[in-house]
Design a protein around this ligand. Structure first.
Ligand code: B4P
Length: 199
């Protein structure tokens, strides 16, 4: 049965959503789900669930997230794969939010799960991202929404994730949206992109 589901996964529609910390990935994914009904899986949410479980592994993950570092890919990829297998029968496509954050993560995902149809790049400046995360930090309770963590998360983004963007741009899979604007305006552009993909 697992084999069958893995086969189904390979044939599923997959959309990667990438962007810096606080660029608006999670925000736009919620809107996409509302309108298009894809299955939304956020790597960050899956990791935070593991932290909440109180396991030893969760403690290690929490420390790395607080430092603004990337956690080991085997852990993230495994979590994504299991969550996808669980949902594949009822899903009409997957939004993979916050992954890949490194070119290797993308390659591993393609080898073990399947290829993305498009890669949505939610683009905002460092100042905007920092401002949004500082604001969220007032209420989010997230260990990484503070000035030090945010600085490290931005560094990690530029070093590790910027190459991901170039990689998929070369394959003509990258769709960039300007996320400096209000969420609804950003979503208007995303709607056009996804309507094209659905054709
Ligand atoms: P994530 O959970 O992915 O956190 P994030 O990058 O901050 O994005 P998020 O979706 O939460 O925020 P959004 O931009 O929507 O990752 C956290 C950590 O987990 C990483 O640092 C890393 O350690 C680890 N991790 C995750 N994935 C990994 C992977 N693949 N490999 C290794 N490690 C991994 O929104 C931010 C704020 O902006 C919100 O408050 C929102 O309301 C606001 N906002 C959004 N859009 C706006 C707009 N248009 N205008 C005004 N405000 C807006």
């Amino acid at each position: 049965e697992r084999e069958e589901k893995l086969k189904k996964l390979e044939d599923s529609k997959i959309i990667f959503v990438v962007g810096g910390p606080g660029s608006g990935k999670g925000t736009q994914c919620e809107k996409i789900v509302e309108k298009f009904g894809f299955t939304h899986l956020s790597s960050g949410d899956l990791l935070r669930d593991e932290v909440k479980s109180g396991s030893e592994r969760g403690e290690m993950l929490n420390e790395m997230m607080q430092k603004g570092e990337l956690v080991p890919n085997e852990i993230v990829l495994d979590m994504l794969k299991e969550a996808m297998i669980e949902k594949v029968d009822e899903s009409n496509g997957f939004l993979i939010d916050g992954y890949p954050r490194k070119v290797e993560q993308g390659l591993e995902f393609e080898k073990k799960i399947g290829e993305p149809e498009i890669v949505l790049f939610v683009d905002a400046s460092d100042e905007t991202m920092k401002e949004r995360l500082m604001k969220r930090g007032e209420t989010s309770g997230r260990v990484d929404d503070n000035e030090d963590s945010i600085k490290n998360r931005l560094d990690t983004f530029h070093q590790a994730t910027q190459p991901v963007i170039d990689h998929y741009d070369k394959q003509n899979k990258l769709k960039k949206v300007d996320s400096e604007r209000a969420p609804d305006l950003v979503f208007e552009d995303i709607e056009k992109i996804l309507n094209d993909v659905n054709k």
